[in-house]
Design a protein around this ligand. Structure first.
Ligand code: HEC
Length: 167
């Protein structure tokens, strides 16, 4: 009978131990992530200054974008937003697989948006905002093979969306 008690007790203690241990290792893993980030930041220190404004990707020169919306380009962008599969993960106003994009053009530079669209794999590794979003959404944005011209049109659609605001 004693043996049976022990057989029950030992796993119970072990499980209890694991519960505490699990919490501990969760808090221990935080500094580890930070350390990794720090190493990555050190390795890319030169990139980092650009990362904050433009992100990482093919667009590293400031773009000269007129204030007024190019309606034809925005319309093309809206079509591409669907055709290129963005709608699988994004809407303008609601959270889906990815974040709502209504106000993104108000929040980051146009160059950043272009780089996020064309180079998401690197953005989510190196750019602070993209990294934060990846942490929040838990899904990496996929590369949808968008050309520079197409990304520019999608940007115009997002600029228009931000200007329209919500009805
Ligand atoms: C597989 C789902 C998926 C697809 C397809 C996708 N995205 Fe994303 N997108 C995400 C997620 C998730 C994030 C947040 C970052 C992360 O977790 O990688 C994101 C982030 C973004 C951001 C940054 C938002 C912000 O607030 O900074 C933009 C802009 C964006 N996506 C645009 C697009 C466009 C344009 C397309 C189509 C060419 C597209 N995405 C296709 C999932 C997706």
């Amino acid at each position: 009978m004693r043996k049976v008690m022990w057989l029950l007790l030992v796993p119970a203690l072990w499980l209890a131990g694991c519960g505490g241990g699990g919490k501990e290792s969760a808090s221990e893993s935080a500094p580890t992530t930070e350390q990794t980030t720090m190493v990555a930041d050190q390795n890319n220190r030169n990139d980092d200054q650009q990362v904050s404004e433009f992100g990482v990707g093919p667009i590293q020169e400031p773009m000269n974008i007129p204030e007024t919306i190019d309606e034809a380009l925005a319309k093309k962008g809206e079509e591409l937003f669907d055709k290129k599969g963005c709608t699988a993960c994004h809407t303008l106003d609601d959270r889906k697989v990815g974040p709502p994009l209504r106000y993104v053009a108000d929040s980051v530079r146009p160059e950043w948006i272009m780089n996020m669209i064309m180079n998401p794999e690197e953005m989510i590794l190196k750019d602070p905002r993209a990294k934060r979003l990846l942490e929040e959404y838990g899904v990496p944005m996929t590369n949808q093979n968008v050309s520079k011209e197409e990304a520019r049109a999608i940007l115009e659609y997002l600029r228009k969306a931000a200007k329209e605001k919500k009805n």
